[in-house]
Design a protein around this ligand. Structure first.
Ligand code: ATP
Length: 156
């Protein structure tokens, strides 16, 4: 998460009224865990890239939270343009882009979210969406701590 933050932070020009924040709610003593970091990074890259693209003014929060029931919750939220109710399912279809003022002037494949959704499933989670047009969007997913290859595993 810190890597993603360090990667994107310098890419947002000072002239843009958008602030990127990193919120890590880690218990003390902290747990370490392993996962398929390539898949996880790819998901976070897609979500943060979108959050920056669709937020003209305001704040983006990225972070994770360790939950008591052996789960970790990853969150990417923004105060951007939001997604209309009737588009909430469409955006997970391949090549689909909502018709809005930002997509009119930016290019994109419409593949990011379907890929992110698929990768989260491979990690044994489910990508959740909460959004309000004009107010913002939150994508989150819970990943379980599980023993075994390819799963989250508590290492200390
Ligand atoms: P690319 O994946 O090439 O960047 P894209 O961003 O258009 O293209 P997706 O990531 O699949 O494609 O997103 C699909 C659509 O969902 C976007 O075109 C946009 O309309 C909407 N969307 C995704 N994330 C957000 C967000 N954080 N806020 C508002 N709209 C979003």
């Amino acid at each position: 998460m810190r890597d993603i933050y360090n990667r994107f932070k310098p890419l947002i020009p000072d002239s843009r009224e958008v602030k990127l924040n990193l919120d890590l709610d880690v218990p003390n003593p902290a747990y370490g865990f392993t996962t398929d970091s390539r898949l996880l990074s790819e998901v976070l890259l897609i979500l943060v890239d979108n959050a920056i693209k669709y937020t003209q003014k305001g704040e983006i929060h990225i972070g994770y939270e360790m939950l008591r029931n052996e789960q970790v919750k990853f969150i990417v939220s923004d105060t951007g343009i939001g997604i209309p109710n009737e588009e909430k399912e469409n955006i997970f279809s391949r090549f689909y882009r909502v018709k809005n003022e930002i997509n009119e002037i930016t290019s994109g494949s419409g593949l990011g979210l379907p890929i992110a959704q698929h990768y989260v499933l491979l990690l044994d989670g489910e990508l959740q969406l909460e959004t309000t047009p004009g107010k913002g969007t939150t994508f989150s997913f819970l990943l379980p701590f599980k023993e075994g290859e390819g799963y989250l595993k508590i290492v200390s």
